[in-house]
Write a protein that binds this ligand. Structure first.
Ligand code: UDP
Ligand code: MG
Length: 338
C-alpha cells in the first residue's frame, strides 16, 4: 500500500461555504511541507447543504483529495474516526473544516515533532476569538473537572487539532469503543506527546455545530470513558449520610430525654427531598454507564460509508463500507460537467 508522507483529515458538517478556501489553504500548507506526496481526506458527516457536491468537485479537480460520504450524520467524533480509519499517511494532521485552526501551523508543528522526536503534537488554545464567553467558560470548567475525575491526564484546552505519527494513529485505531472522546483517547495512547500553543481564529463561515446539548453529551462521554469515579460517589456519599444520620439520632435522643420533643414537618420534607434528589442523581450516573455498556455490547460499526470519491488506500476497519462505494472518477467528472 502506498503511504503518502502526510494525510490531512477534516470532518465536515454543513461547511459548503468554507470548503474551497479550506482546500486552498490546506493544500498550500501541505505542499509547502511535503510537496505533492499528501492526501486530503474530507469526510461529509451527513451535511444538509451542498458540502458533498463541493467535495466531489474538489476531488475531481485535485487527485489528492479523497471525499468520504457517510450514510448520515454520525457526529463529529465518529466522522473524524472515519477519516482517520481510511487515511493512509505516515503523518496525520487533524483539523476542523471551519478554519478556526490555521492549516499554516503545519510547518511549525512538523518542525516541533522532528525536533522533540514526538509522536503527537497537540495544539493548545491560547486564545479563542469570536466565541461566546459562555462557551469559553463552560469549556474551561469542563477541562478542569475532567482533569480531576479522570485517571488519564488529558491536556487542558485542547481540541482535536493535532499532528500524529502513523504508529500513534494505529494505536488509536486499536481502541474499538463507540463512545469516542478522541482527544482523551490520544492522550491515553501515550508515546511522546508535546503541546503546541496557538491562537484559535473565528469560524470562517456558518455557525458552531456544537450547541449546548452536544457539548454535554461530549462531556459525559469524556467522563464515563475515562473514569469510573462517579460510580464510587454513591458509596462515598453513603458514608457522609450515615454520619449525618448518627448526628440526627443524637439530636433526637437529646430532645426525648430533655423533654423538648423534636418535631417539624418542614425539616423532614427537606431531608426527604434532598436525599431523594441525591439518590436520583446517583442512579442517573449509574444509568449513564449502563447505557454505554449496552451500546458497546451491540458492537455496531462506528460509521457507515455511503460513497467515496477519489483514491482511497485504506479500508474501513472500525466502520462499515459496502462493495462498490467508490465513485469512479469518470462519473464524478461527468457529473461536474452537467
Ligand atoms: N462536525 C461534524 N459533525 C457534526 C458536527 C460538527 O463533522 O455533527 C465538524 C464541523 O464541520 C467542524 C468540526 O466538526 O469541522 C468542529 O465543529 P464546530 O466548528 O461546529 O465546533 P466548535 O469549533 O464550535 O467547537
Ligand atoms: Mg469550530
Amino acid at each position: 500500500m502506498h503511504r503518502p508522507a502526510l494525510s490531512v483529515v477534516v470532518p465536515c458538517y454543513n461547511e459548503e461555504a468554507t470548503l474551497p478556501l479550506l482546500h486552498a489553504r490546506v493544500s498550500a500548507a501541505a505542499r509547502a511541507a511535503v510537496g505533492d506526496d499528501h492526501e486530503i481526506v474530507l469526510v461529509n458527516d451527513g451535511s444538509r447543504d451542498g458540502s458533498w457536491a463541493a467535495m466531489q468537485a474538489l476531488s475531481a479537480a485535485d487527485r489528492r483529495v479523497v471525499a468520504i460520504n457517510l450514510s448520515r450524520n454520525h457526529g463529529h467524533q465518529l466522522a473524524l474516526t472515519a477519516g482517520l480509519d481510511l487515511c493512509s499517511g505516515q503523518q496525520i494532521l487533524v483539523i476542523d473544516a471551519d478554519l478556526q485552526d490555521p492549516p499554516e501551523l503545519l510547518a511549525d508543528m512538523r518542525a516541533a515533532m522532528a525536533r522533540e522526536g514526538a509522536d503527537v503534537v497537540y495544539a493548545v488554545r491560547r486564545k479563542r476569538d469570536g466565541e461566546t464567553w459562555f462557551k469559553k467558560a463552560t469549556a474551561a470548567l469542563f477541562y478542569r473537572v475532567l482533569d480531576r475525575v479522570t485517571d488519564t491526564p488529558i491536556p487542558l484546552d485542547t481540541g482535536d487539532f493535532r499532528l500524529m505519527t502513523r504508529r500513534a494513529l494505529d494505536a488509536l485505531l486499536a481502541l474499538p469503543e463507540q463512545a469516542r472522546f478522541i482527544r482523551g483517547m490520544v492522550a491515553w495512547v501515550g508515546f511522546r506527546q508535546i503541546p503546541f500553543a496557538y491562537d484559535r481564529a473565528e469560524r470562517h463561515a456558518g455557525e458552531t455545530n456544537y450547541p449546548l446539548g452536544k457539548m454535554v453529551r461530549l462531556a459525559l462521554d469524556a467522563v464515563t470513558g475515562f473514569s469510573t469515579a462517579p460510580l464510587r460517589w454513591a458509596s462515598h456519599l453513603s458514608v457522609v449520610l450515615a454520619a449525618c444520620s448518627l448526628l440526627l439520632l443524637f439530636y433526637i435522643a437529646w430532645g426525648y430525654f430533655s423533654g423538648e420533643r423534636v418535631q417539624g414537618w418542614t425539616s423532614t420534607m427537606l431531608v426527604v427531598v434532598v436525599l431523594s434528589s441525591i439518590q436520583m442523581f446517583v442512579l442517573g450516573m449509574i444509568g449513564e454507564y449502563l447505557g454505554r455498556l449496552y451500546i458497546e455490547a451491540k458492537r455496531r460499526p462506528l460509521y457507515l460509508v455511503a460513497d467515496i470519491a477519489g483514491q482511497v488506500h485504506g479500508r474501513a476497519t472500525l466502520g462499515f463500507q459496502a462493495e462498490g462505494t467508490r465513485i469512479p472518477d469518470a462519473l464524478v467528472a461527468s457529473e461536474e460537467r452537467v
